[in-house]
Write a protein that binds this ligand. Structure first.
Ligand code: SAM
Length: 317
């Protein structure tokens, strides 16, 4: 698999308290001085592009909490060799920022949406902000941050009832509604047995809609598999990080908010690029490290998802 995708966590701070990610909010956050600056992120992305990275996704934490995120987008959009620049957000601030992000060169967004019932949304995220997220979704579509994908982490004793109403959004809107298997990442998140395999979610949808038809997505490069049904404006996707192994199809590296490059979400190994950046290393030294990581990545095979103790928001989910 050609490794050409970098996911960048621009901050570990988040305005929500999602029960599957970091319900305690400030738990485990780094000191601000340890977080990479936009200049440092830009340099790493430029060097990664020189080593063959073609796609970058900004994530977090919540990337739209960085008020000048459009400046970073503008700078990254101008990096030679990059073909795709996208962003994952909880959508709360997207309504007011979608137009400037599009103008800065952002191509598309993924929006986390785990419920369409207002109370369930509040119980999931800690805040009554569903209307703001839906406004963000519509603004994203309006300004052309497309294809818009909606990401839903399914948890058995929590939002299983939301599967059908969420899937129905793909009937009416040109969006991909993607159901993600819950991965217990730390001792502060939900119980491990809240995990629901994608096969079960698919059965629930098919019991309402009949058999889903597999569909190839032209620009999809991740582990999601996509389906559709008659007369749907959008698609349904499944990301099965626990019930399946997709190392062979994994083309991504991650840059954490504190400057570690992680070749695999489920392996312990990471490389401290911040140390090089702040220690005065030249471009060639950093490029050599990136090339070594890319070589090493090709050796990862059949790593199954395990429960760990890490914060998705600092690594960049
Ligand atoms: N704040 C942004 C957001 O809410 O989309 C970006 C950061 S969030 C960590 C990115 C993604 O990580 C979410 O869409 C969610 O799907 C995923 N994620 C976080 N914790 C997870 C978990 N325990 N299991 C599966 N997915 C998780």
């Amino acid at each position: 698999m050609n490794v050409d995708y970098l996911r960048v966590s621009v901050t570990d701070r988040c305005n929500l308290r999602c029960i599957y990610c970091n319900p305690l909010g400030d738990h485990g956050l780094r000191e601000r001085a340890g977080i990479l600056s936009f200049d440092e992120i830009h340099r790493v992305v430029r060097l990664c592009a020189e080593c063959g990275i073609r796609k970058v996704r900004l994530t977090g934490g919540e990337p739209l909490m960085c008020r000048n995120i459009a400046d970073l987008v503008r700078r990254l959009a101008a990096v030679r060799g990059l073909e795709d620049l996208s962003l994952t957000t909880n959508g709360v601030f997207l309504g007011s920022m979608a137009a400037q992000l599009k103008a800065a060169g952002l191509k598309r967004v993924n929006i986390s949406l785990d419920a369409v019932d207002r109370q369930c949304y509040q119980q999931t995220t800690g805040f009554d902000l569903l209307p703001q997220v839906l406004d963000g979704l519509h603004k994203g579509l309006e300004v052309g941050l497309t294809p818009v994908r909606l990401n839903c982490v399914v948890m058995r004793d929590h939002n299983l009832s939301q599967v059908i109403p969420l899937a129905e959004m793909a009937l009416h809107l040109p969006v991909s509604v993607r159901f993600i298997e819950y991965c217990p990442t730390s001792r502060v998140t939900r119980r491990a047995d809240d995990y629901v395999p994608s096969a079960e979610v698919r059965r629930i949808i098919e019991s309402h809609w009949g058999q889903l038809q597999s569909v190839a997505m032209p620009n999809a490069s991740g582990p999601a598999v996509y389906f559709t049904t008659a007369n749907a404006a959008g698609t349904i996707g499944f990301i099965s990080g626990r019930s399946s192994v997709f190392c062979d199809n994994c083309s991504r590296l991650r840059l954490s908010s504190d400057g570690k490059i992680k070749p695999c979400l489920h392996a312990d190994r990471c490389y401290d690029v911040r140390k090089l950046l702040r220690g005065g290393a030249g471009d060639e030294t950093i490029r050599k490290l990136i090339q070594r990581i890319l070589r090493e990545k090709s050796c990862y095979t059949k790593i199954t998802s395990t429960a760990g103790d890490f914060l998705m928001q600092s690594i960049g989910g």
